[in-house]
Every structure is written in structure tokens, then in C-alpha cells.
Ligand binder design. Structure first.
Ligand SMILES: NC(=O)c1ccc[n+]([C@@H]2O[C@H](COP(=O)([O-])OP(=O)(O)OC[C@H]3O[C@@H](n4cnc5c(N)ncnc54)[C@H](OP(=O)(O)O)[C@@H]3O)[C@@H](O)[C@H]2O)c1
Length: 309
């Protein structure tokens, strides 16, 4: 390596850059001189298209690709199999093959939904997978394709991702609390909420160490610190939101998931053990509670701005 190599920013290309994790990674990387980042949404790069993948790799010649593209409709996946597998499994395989041809390592986001959730002490990376639905299975197929095709990969499984905008549990809860007198939330699904911005911090920290020579390819888990359940998470969101606006909601009721039938079954425990990440990269879990108050603050800031515009 020459001195110039050290001073050149590391070029990363982010797919699915209009999503919550993709946009957080682009923003995080933009703030760091270590990285130079290109974020492409699905209109600029559709990962189901081999041609588009090759065209964008040739154009940008990134040092790393971070794949945040995903079909994330857990219920929709049950009747949209083809589209779900095309993005989450075959799309990942196409991306991996094209990156492999150019020796570009790939960082890929996966999910706690590869597990069935029957074990609530925290899933480890090498625990047996057993997806409950099409979405979880498609994420597992995507992981396997990446492992098979490209040894230089990082797979990061995360859970319960939230951010200030887009479609996630926090924004959905706020919408419901604005329009409904009573909200029901399940008390028997547990997990660790994870802020998209926190996940971005973790991905970029891993990448820095990899770029600096850490031989640590493989699969890792990350989620925010502190296990909770959907009801308690909902309660925390509402209580923070009440500091910003008067909500229509008067009652929050705790119910069992069996009273809330959904098209796709969900794991009752999404708890991921994150020791491998700590032992390998020295990355600690950040408490989701502090991230949540920031996210709610950002949410109301941009809402106020939008109302003024
Ligand atoms: N959300 C969670 O709680 C959660 C939990 C664990 C793991 N994950 C994983 O984390 C990753 C990022 O999740 P997220 O929450 O940021 O999801 P998100 O907000 O839904 O973002 C996904 C992005 O991928 C785009 N996309 C869809 N199909 C595409 C295609 N064919 N080519 C390129 N881009 C495409 C979406 O665009 P459109 O919006 O226009 O479709 C969107 O911009 C995903 O792999 C997901 O499976 C998510």
C-alpha cells in the first residue's frame, strides 16, 4: 500500500438507500471523511437486474457494497412469494456473483426472522435456523447464497429496526395513537428494538476494521441493548410522543399475540445474542431507549417542518 492509498476515502456503494437502514448508512458515511459513499435507491439500482448491478459496479468501482435492499413486507411475502425471493434471495445471489467477479466484498443485512423464536435467551449466530414464513425463509436463502458465492462477506442479522420516518413500529404506533381511541399491543413477543442510525454506526465500524486488515468475515448479530416486549415498547413510544403532541389515544391495552392474528406467523422471541460482535470487533450494544427519544425528537422536527412547508 502506498501513502496515497491510506489517504483515499474508502468507497462504498449502498443499495436500498431510500430505506431506513440504507439512508442511515449513507448519512453516517457522509459524516466521516474515512468513507466516500454512493447511495442508490431501487429506481437507480434494482438488485434483481444483473445488468443494472454490473453497470453500477463498473460506473462507481466501489471498495465495498452494503446491501440494504430488501422486500420487507412480512405478511405480503406470504402471497407475493416470487417477488420476495427475487429480491431477498436471488437478488442477493446476483449481487454477490457480480461483486465476486470484481473482488468487491459485500456487507448484507439479515433478520432475526431466520429463527422460529421458540428460544428466548438470545439466539447465537450458529444456532439452528427455522424460519416461520416466506420472508424469513427468503432472508435465509439470501444469506446462504452470499456464503456460497462470495467468501468476503459480512452478514449482520438485526431485529425490530426503527427510525423517524418510513414504515416501522414507531411510525405506525404514532399514526394509530393519532387516530384511534384505543391501541392494543402484544405482550408476548419479545425482542430488542434497534435504531437504524445505531445499526449504521455498527456497519461502518465493522467495515473500518475490515478495511484496516481485520480478518473477520462471517455472520454476526446486532440489536439495541435491553430486551422488551411490543406492549412496553409501544408504551415508551406513546409516553415520549405525549411530550410533543396531544394524541387521540386514551387507552393502551396489553394483549396476547393470539388475539392479533396476522397473515404470517412471527417469532415470539427475536432476542439476538451479540457477544460475537463484541468479542471480534469490540462493538457494544447501545441502549435503544436513548436512540428512541432522539428518533421521536427528529420525527416531530421533520413533521413540524413539513407542516410549515
Ligand atoms: N425493518 C426491520 O425491522 C428489519 C429487521 C431485521 C432485518 N431487516 C433487514 O434490514 C434490511 C434493511 O431494512 P430496512 O428496515 O431499512 O427496510 P426498508 O426501509 O424497507 O428499506 C428497504 C429498501 O430496499 C428497497 N428495495 C426493495 N426492492 C428492491 C430491489 N429489487 N432493488 C433495490 N432496492 C430494493 C426498498 O425500496 P421500496 O421502499 O421502494 O420498495 C427500500 O428502499 C433488509 O434487508 C431487511 O430485511 C429489517
Amino acid at each position: 500500500m502506498t501513502f496515497e492509498d491510506y489517504t483515499q476515502p474508502v468507497k462504498i456503494l449502498v443499495t436500498g438507500a431510500t430505506g431506513q437502514v440504507g439512508s442511515a448508512i449513507v448519512q453516517g458515511a457522509d459524516d466521516e471523511p474515512f468513507f466516500s459513499v454512493v447511495g442508490l435507491g431501487p429506481k437507480e439500482l434494482d438488485i434483481t437486474s444483473q445488468e443494472q448491478i454490473r453497470e453500477k459496479l463498473d460506473l462507481y468501482l466501489p471498495d465495498y457494497v452494503i446491501n440494504c435492499a430488501g422486500f420487507n413486507g412480512v405478511d405480503a411475502a406470504q402471497h407475493e412469494h416470487e417477488r420476495c425471493y427475487a429480491v431477498n434471495a436471488e437478488g442477493v445471489e446476483k449481487l454477490a456473483a457480480a461483486c465476486g467477479d470484481l473482488s468487491i466484498p459485500v456487507v448484507h443485512l439479515s433478520s432475526d426472522f431466520v429463527f422460529d423464536g421458540h428460544y428466548d435467551s438470545g439466539y447465537r449466530e450458529d444456532d439452528e435456523v427455522s424460519p416461520l414464513g416466506v420472508y424469513g425463509d427468503s432472508k435465509w436463502q439470501g444469506e446462504e447464497a452470499l456464503r456460497r458465492v462470495l467468501p468476503q462477506h459480512l452478514i449482520l442479522r438485526a431485529s425490530w429496526i426503527f427510525s423517524e420516518s418510513g414504515n416501522n413500529f414507531v411510525t405506525r404506533t404514532l399514526e394509530r395513537a393519532r387516530s384511534q381511541l384505543e391501541i392494543k399491543a402484544v405482550n408476548d413477543r419479545i425482542g430488542n428494538p434497534t435504531a437504524a442510525s445505531d445499526l449504521a454506526r455498527v456497519v461502518l465500524a465493522m467495515l473500518k476494521q475490515i478495511h484496516n486488515g481485520a480478518e473477520a468475515w462471517g455472520t454476526y448479530h446486532y440489536c439495541g441493548a435491553e430486551v422488551t416486549n411490543r406492549y412496553s415498547f409501544c408504551k415508551e413510544i406513546i409516553s415520549l410522543a405525549m411530550g410533543y403532541e396531544e394524541l387521540a389515544m386514551e387507552k393502551l391495552t396489553s394483549v396476547s399475540a393470539s388475539h392479533y392474528p396476522k397473515e404470517a406467523q412471527r417469532p415470539s422471541s427475536s432476542v439476538l445474542e451479540c457477544k460475537k460482535l463484541l468479542n471480534t470487533f469490540g462493538i457494544h450494544q447501545r441502549p435503544w431507549r436513548s436512540d428512541l427519544s432522539e428518533v421521536i425528537r427528529f420525527h416531530y422536527q421533520s413533521r413540524k417542518q413539513a407542516l410549515q412547508d
